[in-house]
Ligand binder design. Structure first.
Ligand SMILES: [Zn+2]
Length: 290
């Protein structure tokens, strides 16, 4: 099948208490490895790229490769644009074939966030594309977006409800204490807040900063309503550490087709662990894609 919108897979996940994992990929090999992982576990999958990766690979290369992956796979695959602040780029990605986008206007005041998100929702709904928006501010570093821990702001449950009503957004990323990058200590997740938000809004919720959250905390977040978990840093690190080790072990080996083999394996292994942790293994068939 072709790339599908992430809406049905996320609705199904929210309804049944598991989460679809969205993997940030930066190379074709990383994309192939996470597709292999999801295929083997029969899990619905979200391939995700940041704006930096769109600039690095080119959006048409990304959509072409993701379409090939979706055509060859037996599982539903969505292609998502992560943390984008630029309406024009979002529109271009949708036209290029992205089936899911995130408008991140969380750095603006509430009313401006609503306005910018609504504009994207209007265009996306005509195209059947899922829209994710953020409320509050997730701390840490994602591409060029740097949010100091002190400036990280948790989402207000009442505002979440109003935000959904005013924007019609299909997926919400409320800041609840996670951060981008690798945690120095344990993340300080506000579980009460997740439960309160989930009690007020029916849309799937997104857990950003999924790298390095202890398994029990991921499972608790998912059981409370987090229906999508983003994994970026850990995946990138697994890929790069493997390549680094290959060069240490075989300094004269210069063939990418050799050192990419263990790198892909490392990515696949980690992806399978995350899918199992989030409970989406075996759920590929539960998603209505037609
Ligand atoms: Zn994020």
């Amino acid at each position: 099948m072709g790339l599908v919108s992430s809406t049905p897979m996320l609705m199904e996940a929210r309804k049944n208490g598991y989460a679809v994992v969205a993997f940030n990929v930066h190379t074709i090999e990383m994309m192939q490895a996470v597709v292999d992982a999801a295929e083997e576990l029969q899990a619905p999958l979200i391939l995700q790229t940041t704006v930096g990766t769109v600039k690095h690979l080119g959006m048409d290369y990304i959509t072409a490769a993701a379409k090939v992956a979706a055509a060859q796979a037996s599982i539903p695959i969505a292609l998502h644009l992560d943390h984008c602040q630029d309406f024009e780029l979002i529109a271009q990605c949708m036209r290029s074939g992205y089936t899911s986008v995130m408008i991140d206007a969380s750095m603006h005041p509430f009313a401006e966030n609503v306005k910018r998100t609504r504009k994207v929702v209007e265009l996306a709904s005509a195209l059947g594309v899922n829209v994710e928006a953020e409320l509050g501010k997730v701390g840490g570093v994602e591409d060029d977006i740097v949010v100091d821990e002190a400036d990280a702001l948790l989402a207000d449950p009442a505002e979440c409800e109003l935000f959904i009503e005013l924007t019609g957004v299909s997926t919400l990323a409320p800041a609840i204490g996670t951060a981008h990058g690798i945690y120095k200590g344990e993340p300080n997740i506000d579980f009460t807040r997740i439960a309160e938000i989930a009690g007020k809004v029916e849309v799937p919720l997104v857990l950003h900063g999924g790298s390095g959250i202890p398994a029990a905390q991921v499972q608790r977040s998912v059981s409370l309503g987090m229906a999508k978990m983003n994994v970026a840093t850990e995946l990138k690190n697994a890929f790069s550490e493997s390549i680094k080790q290959s060069f240490i072990d075989h300094p004269s080996e210069l063939d990418p087709r050799k050192y990419m083999v263990p790198a892909k394996e490392a990515v696949k292994k980690l992806a399978m662990e995350k899918i199992q942790l989030c409970g989406s293994a075996g759920k590929a068939n539960a998603v209505q894609t037609r």
